[in-house]
Design a protein around this ligand. Sequence first.
Ligand code: SF4
Length: 64
Amino acid sequence: MRVDVDVDLCIGSGQCALTVPEIFDQDDDGVVLLLATTAPPELHDEVRDAASRCPVRAITPTDR
Ligand code: SF4
């Protein structure tokens, strides 16, 4: 699974980093940091969950 984030949309709510800390972190301003652009199979459900929890829909998971 490919993972993309739109940092311009991010409002720093932190839901993604709380949900999948293996993939998402936040910088000192709270803006999302993408730790990996590819999520392993065991994290696909969590990444989809993080995307659905993001209040500004800044996270786009793409199956491939
Ligand atoms: S959940 Fe969305 S708005 Fe919140 S830190 Fe992550 S990308 Fe940014």
